[in-house]
Design a protein around this ligand. Structure first.
Ligand code: C2E
Ligand code: CA
Ligand code: CA
Length: 546
């Protein structure tokens, strides 16, 4: 009969069904004379007992009864009571047997329950009680078996700026928010559709193909009501499941790639494409190679001069990373984004800074007339996970000291930010640099939207107008007006202005007219290998004067 108990369904009724015949049978009392065992199942209202397997206080004897209480099902607990049948008096020895019997029964019941629970829990997320990734895979497998999978599209989504929300409301409140979010989305879904919670703020779903557009629309703004309503947007990766899909792993993988793409490009959603797949393979290969490449010093610094348009003189230079791999020169767009994503970029940036410091010392030795050198520092180094603007500033200052470089020869280029949360970090960083006598330049200026406040409040020394302003075919009067006002404003604030991506004399002339005296671009030189730059530096500039 213990076997029978092990079969019980993990529900209130199921347990009752299993235990009742057993108790009935035990009445015959073969074990210890005439024995009556009653299984009394009571319900529990108290939610706190949900996950308690054992709520009993052991065995006790009261007026010849033996009792064991424990929680047996989600919403109820069981009292196993043994007492003599037909007024038989038990001997002490018999009492001990009864006690033992109940104990064994109890152990088996809880054990089987524990096994079931563990099995079940390994398929669900404990915060939301939704299927987790293993549970999601199991559901996909079921659909594959039933040949129903093609009716659905797959989705992987995570909440935008959830980190910020949970920071604002606290961790426990964050969990609650996730629960409420899950409830809201689940409520929208149909019975046969699936919502899975992978943990954190990551969800997956299977939604009927016909409801895809509606679902994506929902994800743009899910109302989560707590004390006050909060609206949560998600970035989603979507995957069109076809009859060719036979492997849940493939579907999940495709979803991950699509969601990363959506996040990276700040899109509300992105469907997986073949191109994304190819790129990922490329990126993954790259990711594995990067640490070794840095160790083997495969990165080189190229230098692109900054030129005074009026005189053609070199007034500075920008250090740009190149990866020399198997004799091939790999351009930054192929490795910088990957490095920014995995946080590896800080190692590259500081590596480049060190190489620049070395170069400066070499140039001093060779007797060149030095110009300030701009080094790019990724935004990710400043406000990425686990990074701290002060610490970064300290590391930069320490390197410059170590190489005994006068800080006036280093300019740090950072891009502006549109995220309010990052503004403060950027400010701290720039302030720290400024206090150490290191100039900063705002790169790609004009592409974000926080530009004006940066100009006014941040102790920056230079702005670098993004090349997209002048370097595109449809250069409009509107562009002109914007550039003109940026230049005027910067000059009033006593900032250096340089425009990058200057390719033609016409552009240079135009910039000069607007009051921007410095330019960088193919008109003068592409980024040069160190030796080529040195030749240029030794003659001091270009013949071209405008
Ligand atoms: P950036 O900082 O905006 O650098 C300017 C980019 O514009 C360089 O591309 C440069 O070669 C290119 N460029 C310069 N003049 C012209 C021109 O006249 N026309 C056109 N079309 N392009 C021009 P590059 O070297 O490929 O670097 C691309 C980006 O990679 C850089 O953009 C920068 O954001 C990043 N990067 C490069 N080296 C580093 C590094 O050491 N650390 C970090 N964090 N980022 C780096
Ligand atoms: Ca730059
Ligand atoms: Ca730039």
């Amino acid at each position: 009969y213990v076997q029978e108990l092990l079969q019980f369904e993990n529900t209130f009724d199921g347990f009752k069904k299993a235990i009742e015949p057993l108790a009935e049978r035990l009445k015959i009392g073969r074990v210890a004379g005439h024995l009556h065992i009653e299984a009394n199942i009571k319900s529990v209202q108290d939610e706190d007992r949900h996950d308690v397997f054992y709520a009993g206080d052991g065995l006790y004897s009261e007026k010849g009864k033996y009792q064991k209480t424990f929680q047996a099902v989600e919403n109820g607990y069981c009292e196993l009571t043994a007492f003599p049948y037909e007024n038989v008096e038990w001997s002490e020895e018999e009492k001990e047997d009864i006690a033992l019997l109940l104990e064994v029964l109890y152990l088996h019941v809880t054990r089987s329950r524990l096994i079931r629970k563990t099995r079940e829990y390994s398929y669900c997320n404990l915060i939301t009680m939704l299927p987790n990734s293993a549970g999601f895979v199991r559901i996909i497998q079921q659909h594959l078996q039933d040949q129903t999978i093609c009716q659905y599209n797959g989705f992987y989504f995570n909440l935008k700026s959830f980190g910020l929300l949970s920071y604002k409301y606290g961790g426990a409140e964050g969990d609650l928010m996730i629960k409420r979010y899950a409830v809201a989305v689940r409520k929208w879904l149909a019975e046969d559709e699936t919502l899975a919670h992978l943990g954190g703020d990551n969800f997956m779903a299977l939604v009927k193909k016909s409801r895809t557009a509606e679902f994506l629309h929902l994800l743009e703004k899910v109302e989560v009501t707590a004390k006050y309503p909060v609206y949560i947007a998600a970035a989603a990766g979507a995957y069109e499941i076809t009859a060719k899909d036979r492997d849940p792993g493939n579907i999940m993988n495709g979803l991950s790639i699509a969601v990363s793409y959506a996040r990276q490009h700040k899109l509300p959603y992105a469907f997986l494409t073949d191109k994304m797949l190819e790129e990922t393979v490329d990126v993954q290969r790259m990711e594995q190679m990067l640490p070794e490449a840095l160790e083997k010093r495969e990165f080189q610094v190229y230098y692109q001069p900054k030129v005074d348009i009026r005189t053609g003189q070199i007034v500075g230079t920008e250090a740009l990373a190149r990866w020399i791999h198997n004799g091939e020169v790999i351009q930054p767009f192929r490795f910088i984004p990957t490095m920014e994503r995995n946080g590896f970029i800080i190692h590259l940036d500081l590596y480049i800074l060190k190489r620049v410091c070395e170069a400066i010392n070499e140039w001093i030795e060779k007797g060149y007339k030095l110009v300030p050198i701009s080094v790019n520092i990724s935004r990710n180094d400043i406000s990425g996970v686990g990074h701290d603007p002060r610490m970064l500033a300290e590391r930069i200052i320490r390197i410059i000291k170590e190489y005994d470089i006068d800080p006036k020869y280093i300019i740090i280029e950072v891009t502006e930010t549109t995220e309010a949360s990052e503004q403060k970090e950027l400010y701290d960083f720039i302030k720290n640099m400024s206090e150490a006598g290191i100039a900063t330049s705002i790169d790609d200026f004009g592409t974000g939207c926080s530009t004006l406040s940066v100009l006014r409040d941040f102790p920056v020394n230079e702005i670098k107008i993004d090349r997209s302003f002048i370097n595109h075919e449809a250069f409009s009067t509107q562009d002109q007006i914007i550039i003109k006002s940026i230049i005027q404003m910067a000059r009033q604030l006593n900032l250096n202005v340089i425009t990058e991506g200057v390719e033609t004399e016409e552009q240079a002339r135009f910039l000069l007219e607007l009051g921007c005296n410095h330019a960088q671009g193919y008109l003068y030189d592409k980024p040069l290998e160190q030796s080529a730059f040195e030749s240029r530096l030794s003659v001091g500039g270009y013949d071209r004067k405008i």
